[in-house]
Design a protein around this ligand. Structure first.
Ligand code: GLN
Length: 485
């Protein structure tokens, strides 16, 4: 087995036992990137030199007898919407093609504090708007399981990188499913933490009441490690919550006895591929055979989630993206008449079609004549969706559903049909509207393509989610399925 194929847990043990150095780990992963990334196209920027330099520094610290925290020397792929000091951060948009941030996002600082090593910045849908990675302003990423198919989005680059062994861990952001969906499509683990659990300082904003950063990993244990490292209060993010972050690895117990799990029937009906439904029914049976009590339940307002999301998210985006005007940073159009012409040309040339669609949708929903009819109404629906979850969690510890309603689709298949693309988030968006945590983990293969099982929990109950996910993983072994590339 090559070094790049290992999990963070395995590499950590090897590092402690002095069987391997950080430099060897990083070199192995960089070689892998060099070999396969021309086919997968995960990375926009590979930070080869700084990664190797950092690895050598860490090796020196280890020789000096310094402490070796769990993520030491572990190669991490970071989505290109998280600011990295002196390293280009594009959000996969031409409007930020030349943006070099003067500071690190808090999550990047946390990786540094834990001696993790960033390998590069990954491709995404422009401004995280999309479900396939095809809305990138630069190029589209491929699914390592079938390169003519999409890896999911918007964090498709990080997910594909981890699935293709081009990184051991990854970071993505999830506004309506952008960590969980690509995790499901690429056959890996991805988690959206509770709103407020991870600082978004330095995350380029899409829809601020929904955005949350989350981990990608090859298995649930690694996910728990990375989650423990990135969670926690940050005074630089006003929505960050002060709470005692548990060591999430203490929840890695192989036991779901007594867990009450509900399956919302709305996530198993119309729009869900029958074969995926079957895989999730099998997963439910598995959970029950392991001692959980599993039954059908209902989240009656979830049929309105997509409609509410596609008003709230664009509304917030239209406001957040007003700052890209060519004045202080990013792209500025040339050959302009005056300042208004400069704004107009800069934004017309800098943004791609999906981003423009969202800005127009959002501006419309927020405009004086339509605010009450659209935006305000969407907020009310959001409250009802949240109340559905609160009620369900009075009875259940967890809820489960498919992550992906459809199998990873072919590149180009949905790109000209926004509504079809939006429907891919059917099972994930309510979670963001309610602010609760959820994980996606492999639930086996259908027609040789990965299917994700989603487990949702109460706010700040990541621990129980991880315990159930770990138990499922250990007793099915689905995480051992790897793409043959
Ligand atoms: N696919 C959804 C969208 O396009 C979700 C994206 C995300 O979570 N960033 O808005």
């Amino acid at each position: 087995m090559e070094l790049f194929q290992h999990t963070a847990n395995q590499l950590h043990k090897m590092l402690i036992n002095k069987e391997v150095t950080c430099e060897e780990i990083i070199q192995s992963v960089l070689n892998r990137v060099e070999k396969v990334d021309e086919n997968i196209c995960s990375y926009i920027t590979v930070t080869r030199d700084s990664a190797l330099e950092k690895a050598r520094e860490i090796d020196k610290k280890i020789i000096n007898g310094d402490e070796i925290p769990p993520l030491t020397g572990i190669p991490v792929a970071v989505k290109d919407n998280m600011c990295t000091e002196n390293i280009r951060t594009t959000c996969s948009s031409n409007i930020l093609h030349n943006y070099i941030p003067p500071y690190n996002a808090t999550v990047v600082e946390r990786l540094n504090d834990n001696n993790a090593v960033m390998i590069g910045k990954t491709n995404m849908d422009e401004f995280a708007m999309g479900s396939s990675c095809e809305n990138s302003g630069f190029f589209s990423t491929r699914n390592p399981w079938a390169q003519e198919r999409v890896p999911g989005g918007s964090s498709g680059g990080s997910a594909a990188a981890v699935a293709a062994d081009e990184a051991v861990l990854g970071l993505g952001s999830d506004t309506g499913g952008s960590v969980r969906l690509p995790a499901a499509f690429c056959g890996i683990v991805g988690m959206k933490p509770t709103y407020g659990a991870v600082s978004r300082y330095g995350l380029i904003a899409f829809a601020s009441s929904l955005d949350q950063i989350g981990p990608f990993a090859k298995d649930v244990s690694d996910c728990a490690w990375l989650l423990s490292a990135i969670c926690g209060y940050d005074p630089k993010d006003s929505t960050s919550v002060e709470y005692n972050v548990p060591d999430y690895t203490t929840f890695l117990n192989n036991n779901v006895k007594g867990f009450k799990i509900g399956i919302p029937k709305e996530f198993m009906g119309e729009g869900i591929d029958e074969k995926i439904k079957k895989a999730i029914e099998d997963s439910a049976e598995k959970m029950a055979s392991l001692g959980a009590e599993v039954e059908e339940t209902s989240l009656p307002h979830s049929e309105y989630a997509l409609a509410a999301y596609y008003l709230i998210a664009p509304a917030e985006a239209s406001s957040n993206l007003a700052r890209y005007d060519g004045v202080r940073y990013g792209y500025r159009a040339e050959d302009v008449q005056d300042v208004v012409d400069m704004f107009k040309k800069t934004r017309s040339q800098g943004f791609g079609p999906e981003v423009k669609r969202r800005i127009m949708l959002g501006t419309y929903a927020l405009s004086a004549g339509y605010y009450d009819a659209y935006y305000n109404k969407a907020l009310k629906v959001r409250t009802l969706i949240k109340q559905d979850f609160d009620k369900a969690f009075e009875k259940y510890d967890l809820l489960m559903s498919p992550t992906n309603p459809v199998l990873p689709f072919r590149r180009g298949e949905k790109i000209d049909d926004p509504l079809q693309m939006y429907l891919v988030d059917l099972c994930t968006q309510s979670v963001n509207l309610a602010g609760i945590p959820a994980i996606s983990l492999p639930a086996g293969l259908v027609e040789g393509l990965p299917v994700g099982l989603q487990l949702m929990g109460k706010p700040f109950d990541e621990g129980n989610i991880l315990q159930a996910a770990y138990t499922f993983e250990q007793n099915t072994g689905y995480y051992k399925n790897k793409p043959s590339m």
